[in-house]
Structures are given as C-alpha cells and as structure tokens.
Write a protein that binds this ligand. Structure first.
Ligand code: AMP
Length: 602
C-alpha cells in the first residue's frame, strides 16, 4: 500500500515544474515507488479521473457550492467565511489547505472536532486505494438525496486528510487538477519506469491507441513488463483512438502528397461516431472516446441490423430535415445531443450515419489493411445487410479521383450538402493510423474559401506543362498583379484549378503567340521552384478567386510591404475566367491587394 500523503508531495512537485522532461522524471520515480496493485488508481487520480472515459460511469465532479457545504460541515465554518477564504487564497484547493492547517496544527481534524463520547481516532496514513474508493463512493451517489450523501462522504474524507491531501482531493473532485500531465507524458514515464528503454513508448502508445486506458496499461507494465502488453488487442466495447486528417494546403499539395490517384469522400458536417457491435450489444463512441450510446438509440437499432457478429465501424452522424431529407448544419445535431428526453428528441431531430471506415470485423483487426480493402469490406457489409432504402445507415459518397477537374467538380458537388471533401490515400501504406493526425487523410473545406472577399484580375506571365490528362499542354498558369511604382508585374499565385475542359483546350490558341524564351525584365518572381516552363508576354488577363490572401516567401507581389521576405499570395486560387474585355492596364494593383488583405476577416 502506498500512502496518499507521499503521492500529494509529488503532485506538488509536478505542479511546480513546467518542463516536460522533468515531469516525466518525477512521474517515473513515483510509478516505480508505488504498489503495483495500486498503480492503476494512482494513474487515474493523476489524470483527475476515476475510470477511463469510455465507461458509462457517473462523472466524479460535484459543484463548488456542494464542496463548500462539505467543508463547512467538516470545519464548522460558515459558508460565507469559506467563500472569503477561497477568494483570498486563489481557489478552493488552497483554501482547504489553509483551513486545515489552521485548525489541525499537529492533530488530525477527527480528534479536533470529535463529538462527546466518541473515541479519538489515531492518525493513520490513508492509502491511494482508500482515497480512490472514497471518491468512487462519492461519485456513485445518484438520484434523490444523493447530494446530502455526497456532502457527508466528502466531509468525512476531508476530515481524515492532511491539508495537502485535501487540497488535491478537492481539485480532483472539482475537475481543476491542472498539473499539465498529458497522456504522452504518462506513457513516456511508464516506458522508462518499467521497460529498459524510452523507445518502447511507441509500442505502449500503439496499445494505448486501441485501449485508451492508461490505468490498465500501467498496471500490466508494472506487473508483467512490456511483454504483458501483448494481451491487449482490439476489443469490441473499448474504443479505438480515432484517425485524424491534416489540412490540405492547396490542390497542388493534394496531388503532391497523394500521388496521381486518391479517394475523395464527402466531408459530412456532424459528429464522428465509432460504432461497436457484438451481436445485439451496441456501443457508440465519440471522437474523444466518450461513450455516447444513449444519445443515439436510432443508430443503435440500425447498427444491430448489420450482418456481422462483431464489428467496429466509423461514420459521421448528421441531422436530417424530416421533410426534405436534406442534411442540416452541425448546430442542429447539437440540439439532439442530449442526455435526457432522447425519445422525444429522436423524433424532432432525425439523424443519418454516413459510414466511411471499418476497423474490425468478426475477430479480424483491419487497422493495417489499406484503404481500398477496408472500403470494399465496408461496402460489402452495407450492401449484403439489405438495410433497405429508408435505413439511416448510408455509405459516405466516394469517388476515386485523378485529375484537377474531377477533384474540383467533386468538391463543388460536395458543397451542396457537405462542408467539403476528405481526401484519402489509396496507397498500399494507407492504413488506419489510430490516434494520429497524419497526411494519409487530408481535409479540404469550404470555409477555407470564405475569407477572400473579391476576385482578383491577374495577368498570366508563364505556364507549367501539364501531366496526366493535361500532358502536352499547359497544366497550370503563373499569374501576376501590377506594381505601379516599380512598373513590374509581380507574381501572386500558381493557378492550376477551376479550369473547365474547354478552357484547357483553348489555352494553346490563346497563349501560343505570347510564348517567350526568356523572362522579360518587367516580370518579377522570387522562388526558384516557381520558375515556369514557359514565359509569356504579359497580355492575357484572367480572373482568380482564392480562399484568402496570405503572406508567402514564394511570391513577389508587395514583397517586404507587410512582412520581411514575404509577398502577397492567393491561397487556393481558382480560375474564374479569361477577361477578354480587359487589358493588362486594368489588372489589380498592389494597392488593391493590400486593401483586400486588410479587409478580409482574420
Ligand atoms: P476536422 O474536424 O475539421 O478536423 O475534420 C475531420 C473530421 O471530419 C473527422 O473527425 C470526422 O468527424 C469528419 N468527417 C466527415 N466526413 C468524413 C469522412 N468521409 N471521412 C472522415 N472523416 C469525416
């Protein structure tokens, strides 16, 4: 048994240091010193929780005013006085420490406030388990009369505690334990404490991603070492940490990262759900691995109908307009996300679940399978389950894309009811990276477009030869705006998106006569990587819209005006059309770009 008194001394040290390496060192010592039977409880308390959040347990928290009543009961101070002490000492944790220090001096408060005839209890250290069990008992009080019971139990616990123990007990209970201990800090400390190398943290993290319960992981490590973790496998009912996406920087960025061909799926604007099925037993988990089964009984019923004994699948749940059947904005779904009156809310706010991944099926772990295989398995299950047209389970709309035009078209289509696209690699290495935000998935959202308040008229100063379908012709254009004072055309974007097929077809005719062998002196560009394959005499005007005007070291427009070594650039530029009615004299100037930059919402 480890005494809680020793643990809180370490909590004080953890609070005092902000350096992560130091926190890891302190935690390592603590983990090594603790009884292996109690290390799970110690880890939960360090995280300020009693159980991993995927278990549908009542929350530990009680309101501050209830805690004040418990302190008042224990100390016989008036609640108003306690509030004053809280204000003076900067928080309830410090306040209870102060109150207990004053009242107890060297005695325990038990002996201090003993009732007539009651035996004086001998001062005895409380173990981690005793404190943990008392907190668990408090959190388990629910229903009528539970608040009074909680006050009683908390007041008893505080009276058994040293001032410092009481400080941390209250912080845990009120959810204000802020020692800056991230999950990775604990994983690092466990790795050093119980394996011979900190390198093992990767293996520990891998297990944590399929079993987000650091208490359990710590206990296995301290009792059985690293090998013991082999007993952790995917289990229906225990959520897998979700894979996340990076933001796509530009259309070019998408092709660069994904290669010539990739999958695009509609990006539904709702709530991520991981559904687990074991026969008729269904669990639903949120993006943060919280158990949300009770909030979506209609999804539970629908998932039950899938023809597989065990399954772990993922999708986005969205609110649906009951009359038109169209997807409603995210805010509407939040009206549905209630703990109470669910049956009523279910009728008022119907939902659909758009499935996009499968992680486990009939005992088989699919995380390491590439995207296409997982998608095929998912499609097969949905089709073979014969869900019927009215099922609220649907497959996320998907398309394999290999050209800018297809990407652009699919993106535009998605905006009718969705917020953009998820771009997913289809390489052999396109596994499901549990708990990771990597580049296997990219997101391309509509909102990225909204900042730029107007289009810009640019002059085309060069072109890059196309690849794939655009092979043998121009693939992207280099565009510039006009710097009056220097009389230069300064580059502002590389434009490769938004062209219709007929625009591409017309380009040789439009530009052929303007091709130059060398860069003309009135053209100003900066980045080596932006030198085009062909230069053009600056004559053709084209209108461009983007998601925003940003600052970039790559472009020359307004160089050094706002920031040293950076010019203006159009982020995510899209072609709106050639402006045959305009000449190069009419193009947007640096002053106008500056104005647009200042006007856009930051
Ligand atoms: P964000 O929340 O902006 O980081 O975007 C990622 C989120 O988009 C995911 O966590 C999902 O909740 C959501 N999402 C919507 N549609 C899809 C989809 N087809 N594939 C993956 N995630 C999706």
């Amino acid at each position: 048994m480890t005494s809680f008194k020793d643990v809180v001394k370490v909590f004080d040290k953890l609070e005092e240091t902000s350096a992560t390496l130091e926190k890891i060192r302190i935690l390592k010592q603590l983990f090594n010193s603790v009884d292996p039977e109690e290390i799970d409880k110690l880890i939960y308390l360090t995280q300020g929780i009693l159980h991993p959040n995927y278990l549908p347990m009542p929350p530990i928290g009680i309101a501050e005013k209830v805690a004040i009543k418990a302190i008042s009961k224990m100390s016989r101070l008036k609640e108003t006085n306690i509030k004053k002490i809280i204000d003076e000492s900067g928080g309830i944790g410090n306040a209870i420490e102060k109150i207990l220090k004053q009242r107890k001096s060297t005695k325990t408060l038990d002996s201090f406030i003993k009732k007539p005839g009651q035996a004086v209890s001998k001062e005895k250290d409380q173990s981690i388990s005793e404190v943990y069990n008392s907190l668990d008992e408090i959190s388990n009080q629910v229903g009528t009369g539970s608040t009074l019971k909680k006050i009683d139990l908390l007041s008893n616990l505080l009276s058994r505690s040293t001032p410092k123990e009481a400080k941390y007990i209250l912080r845990i209970i009120l959810g204000t334990l802020r020692m800056g201990i991230a999950d990775m800090t604990i994983i690092n400390a466990l790795s050093i404490a119980f394996t011979d190398s900190k390198k093992n943290k990767e293996f520990i993290e891998e297990k944590y991603n399929i079993c987000p319960d650091l208490g359990r992981i710590g206990k296995i490590l301290s009792k059985k070492g690293l090998e013991g973790l082999n007993e952790i496998n995917i289990q229906v009912g225990i959520p897998i940490k979700m894979m996340l996406a990076q933001r796509a920087k530009s259309i070019e960025d998408i092709f660069e990262r994904m290669g010539a061909k990739f999958a695009c799926e509609y990006k539904y604007d709702g709530e991520r759900v991981q559904a687990h099925k074991n026969d008729n037993k269904i669990f639903l988990f949120s993006r943060n691995t919280e158990n949300i089964t009770k909030m979506y009984p209609d999804i539970v019923d629908a998932v039950k109908k899938l023809q597989s004994k065990t399954l772990i699948i993922e999708g986005e749940v969205v609110a649906i307009d009951p009359i038109t059947g169209r997807i409603k904005p995210f805010q509407e779904l939040m009206r549905r996300r209630r703990k109470h009156d669910i049956d009523q809310k279910k009728l008022e706010y119907p939902v659909e679940l758009y499935l996009f991944d499968i992680l486990f099926k009939n005992g088989e772990n699919l995380l390491k399978e590439p995207y296409i295989k997982r998608r095929n398995i998912l499609e097969k299950i949905v089709l073979e389950s014969d869900l019927g047209e009215n099922s609220i389970l649907k497959l996320a709309t998907q398309k394999i894309v290999s050209t800018n035009t297809e990407l652009e078209q699919f993106f535009q289509d998605s905006l009718d009811q969705c917020e953009g696209l998820m771009i997913k690699s289809i390489n052999e290495s396109s596994i499901y990276q549990a708990g990771n935000r990597g580049y296997i998935w990219l997101k391309l959202k509509k909102s990225y477009q909204s900042k730029m308040i107007d289009s810009v008229d640019t002059v085309v100063i060069g072109a890059y030869m196309g690849r794939g379908r655009r092979g043998g012709s121009y693939g992207a254009l280099l565009c510039a705006v006009y710097n009056k004072s220097k009389n230069l055309f300064q580059s502002i974007c590389k434009l490769g998106s938004g062209f219709k097929d007929e625009d591409l077809e017309r380009m040789p005719e439009i530009f052929g006569r303007l091709e130059l062998i060398e860069k003309p002196p009135d053209i100003d560009i900066v980045a080596e990587k932006l030198v085009p394959d062909i230069w053009f005499k600056p004559e053709v005007v084209c209108s461009v819209i983007g998601d925003e005007i940003t600052l970039s070291p790559d472009h020359r427009a307004g160089y050094n005006l706002i920031r040293e070594n950076a010019g203006f650039a159009i982020r995510f530029p899209r072609f709106l059309g050639f402006r045959e009615d305009k000449s190069v004299k009419d193009i947007t100037t640096i002053e106008e770009i500056m104005e647009l930059y200042n006007k856009q919402t930051k």
